[in-house]
Design a binder for this molecule. Structure first.
Ligand SMILES: NC(=O)c1ccc[n+]([C@@H]2O[C@H](COP(=O)([O-])OP(=O)(O)OC[C@H]3O[C@@H](n4cnc5c(N)ncnc54)[C@H](OP(=O)(O)O)[C@@H]3O)[C@@H](O)[C@H]2O)c1
Length: 329
């Protein structure tokens, strides 16, 4: 069975290999899933480097999330042909996986495969961050950096659907029209001029932001703090800039800003089945209504993994890069 594996931690381009794993038998309560699509997320690259929140036992197949189809079932509720996503770590960069049925969530078969492949992580992260940290009434303002990322675009679309307003800081302001078409209220550069534009927007609206979502760290995270109302919360969920957050004392003493973190892996481990089902039902409904979409750059068969990794750094990259493991080269 074709699979991508790592035998040591390091940069994906150095340590990822094409391999052939044995086909395990399907035991009681298990199903065999043919994997249709699995994205390359920043977390996958950290997992491969060994710098993520969990470190796998090696050798291991990466792939945080994936969508597939049940092709053999020993678990009554999941019949052959059911489309599923993995709620546990998917190890999705392989063609087939044998997995316990209770690690899967059945999803509608008529929604686009790439959207389903990317449903577990980014949309749920955006949804939970908009629900779990601040009481946000319609009209409340949320500020975020890396707003053109997969999570950032989900935040824009979900916030828009919930009647919230978003200030979106990006490194590429040329994306403003595209993000506004998704529902962004303000798009500005992630720099001092962008912060001034955001402050002017808030002054005009007569409000301050109630929640800040930080995927970058360093100066970018700091810029958000001037936009927040007293007692507001900044949630850090990513560290794309690889710079720590150094907080001037005034934000704690005079403004009572609260600093929290979010990790979907932790949320999935401690949430009740009803909370998990409720979150994904809401997201599936947005997908069905065409109100939640992460753009796709390209889909690659597993043996073309080097091309897929190169696309990650391409200047003309248009969205997420996914593996389509069930596709023959
Ligand atoms: N905590 C959680 O549970 C959770 C869940 C999902 C995602 N995340 C994290 O959220 C972040 C975004 O994930 P994603 O899948 O949405 O990513 P993505 O779609 O691949 O987008 C990456 C984003 O990071 C920005 N970026 C890259 N390098 C940067 C740098 N050095 N400084 C500032 N910005 C930089 C990119 O901006 P340009 O386009 O300008 O390069 C882009 O906006 C990642 O850190 C990921 O690990 C966390």
């Amino acid at each position: 069975m074709p699979a991508l594996v790592i035998r040591q931690f390091g940069a994906a381009a150095d340590v990822l290999e094409m391999d052939s794993a044995p086909m395990p038998k399907v035991g009681p309560g298990e199903v065999r899933v043919r994997i249709l699509a699995a994205p390359i997320n920043p977390a996958d690259l950290n997992w491969i480097e060994g710098t993520y929140g969990t470190r796998p036992k090696l050798p291991a197949t990466p792939g945080t999330e994936a969508v597939g189809e049940v092709i053999e079932s020993n678990a009554a509720p999941l019949s052959v042909g059911t489309r599923v996503i993995f709620l546990s770590y998917a190890h999705g960069w392989q063609t087939d996986r044998v997995v316990r049925a209770d690690e899967l969530l059945a999803v509608p078969g008529d929604l686009p495969v790439p959207d389903l492949a990317m449903l577990k992580v980014n949309p749920a992260t955006a949804w939970r961050m908009l629900h779990d940290f601040a009481p946000l009434s319609p009209g409340a303002v949320v500020v975020q950096n890396a707003a053109n990322s997969g999570v950032g675009r989900c935040v824009i679309q979900i916030a828009h659907a919930l009647g919230l307003r978003t200030i979106n800081m990006v490194r590429q302001v040329s994306l403003a029209d595209e993000l506004q078409a998704c529902g962004a209220d303000l798009v500005c550069g992630d720099d001092e001029a962008g912060k001034e534009a955001a402050l002017a927007y808030l002054r005009k609206q007569g409000v301050r932001a109630s929640l800040a979502l930080n995927a970058v760290g360093g100066e970018s995270a700091l810029r958000q703090l001037d936009l927040l109302e007293e007692g507001a919360t900044q949630v850090t969920y990513g560290a794309m800039g690889r710079r720590p957050l150094t907080i001037p004392n005034k934000f704690l003493i005079f403004r009572d800003i609260r600093f929290r973190g979010f990790w979907l892996t932790h949320w999935l481990a401690q949430a009740s089945s009803a909370e998990i089902a409720g979150t994904y039902d809401a997201l599936l409904e947005l997908l069905r209504r065409g109100r939640l979409h992460q753009p796709v750059d390209s889909l690659h068969p597993l043996p073309s993994f080097r091309e897929a990794l190169q696309r990650l750094h391409a200047a003309d990259r248009k969205g997420k890069i996914l593996f389509a493991p069930a596709t023959e080269k």
